[in-house]
Design a protein around this ligand. Structure first.
Ligand code: NAP
Length: 334
């Protein structure tokens, strides 16, 4: 029906818990913004798992529509940059955290948060990449900028079975790096090899880095999606001048380390943020993603769920059960 749309809505219960319900809303309920988007696809990321379950203090005002990613078609626009019918993409900027997000058939957003759909991608493909793939590319770009070159030694990807980890593994392998994929799920070995990992390491083995502040030098670089003890352990085993890009906390937000890797080996720890990444950098990353990711491989690592199943599926992130990427089919694609 025109003027109303389906949305996943989070409510806070009296006891403080969060409940997610599929509801019919009116477009007049949407927050302010210059562009009204008909959402065709969204995706699920770790942060959506935190928001939808309430396990992380991501959402503070209720009722709230979650979903940090969306791709769709412009319906109405108050700015010249976008016209009805344009295909667009949005990740981050606090959408799905402070501003109603993509797990709904409509989203009203600020024009400056949108990107035109990159050439070579359709809305579904853009969401197989989503925040996770975008973040993976930011990590890969940062490693290259820090001088970590293909052929210059082995790289580690932690949380390799997850969304960021899977796409980082594929991107790095495609660029010619030798990738060791760290996983807590040894049954994913075949999956990770198909993504291009040359070696599969069990998480427990990586954590065992000895008691001293340094371990033998092994890794030229790393994409770390896990944080905590895994990040601390891999910092000790980086080669002289090596770089870690840290983007996640699936294994913990604390970091207990010493300065020795930094002052004795010139190791670099580079933080990666996808949410407020500047526009020019976004455009560059999405251009790279459209060019470098093999669409067949992307399909292999992606599960598509309907909006009705989004909340239940999002819980899997907190249980470490999600493999690869989850796309949410939200609207009709024609
Ligand atoms: N900085 C940013 O802008 C940004 C953007 C996107 C994501 N992130 C963060 O990056 C992380 C990954 O996001 P995602 O969407 O890829 O999530 P995900 O699909 O759930 O992947 C996380 C992976 O981490 C591993 N893991 C889970 N629990 C763990 C634990 N207790 N200890 C060690 N490893 C554990 C699992 O991999 P295995 O089973 O293979 O071990 C899991 O698949 C999250 O922390 C997310 O918040 C940050």
């Amino acid at each position: 029906m025109s003027g109303t749309f389906r949305a996943l809505v989070l409510h806070r219960e009296e006891e403080g818990g969060i409940v997610a319900r599929l509801e019919e809303l009116s477009e007049t309920a949407l927050p302010a913004g210059e562009v009204l988007v008909e959402v065709l696809y969204s995706s699920l990321n770790y942060k959506d798992g935190l928001a939808i379950t309430g396990a992380g203090k991501i959402v503070r005002e209720f009722p709230f529509v979650p979903g940090i990613d969306l791709a769709g078609r412009v319906r109405e626009s108050a700015v010249a940059d976008y016209r009805p019918g344009d295909l667009v993409l949005l990740t981050g900027w606090g959408v799905g955290e402070r501003h109603w997000g993509g797990l709904a058939e409509r989203a009203r957003v600020r024009a400056e948060w949108l990107l035109p759909l990159p050439e070579g991608l359709d809305p579904k493909r853009a969401m197989t990449i989503g925040t996770a793939g975008f973040t993976a590319m930011l990590c890969v770009m940062a490693l290259a900028e820090q001088g970590v070159a293909a052929g210059g030694g082995e790289l580690l990807v932690t949380g390799a079975g997850g969304g960021v980890g899977s796409i980082a593994t594929a991107l790095l392998a495609r660029r010619g790096y030798r990738v060791a994929a760290v996983t807590g799920r040894p049954d994913l070995a075949g999956y990770l090899r198909d993504l291009g990992a040359a070696e599969i390491l069990e998480r427990a083995g990586v954590l065992d880095s000895g008691r001293g502040p340094l371990a033998s030098q092994r890794w030229a670089g790393a994409v770390d999606t896990v944080g905590g003890a895994v990040l601390a352990a891999l910092l000790k085993a980086l080669r002289y001048g090596g770089t870690v890009t840290a983007c996640g906390l699936a294994g913990g937000a604390d970091l207990h380390t010493t300065v020795f890797p930094f002052i004795l080996r010139g190791v670099k720890l580079i933080g990666i943020d996808s949410v407020y990444c500047p526009r020019e950098r976004r455009l560059e990353a999405w251009r790279n993603l459209a060019r470098e990711l093999d669409p067949t491989l992307l399909d292999q690592i992606t599960t598509v769920v309907p909006l009705e199943k989004a909340a239940e599926t999002a819980r899997g992130f907190l249980e470490g059960k999600i493999r690869g990427r989850v796309v949410v089919a939200v609207g009709e694609e024609n």
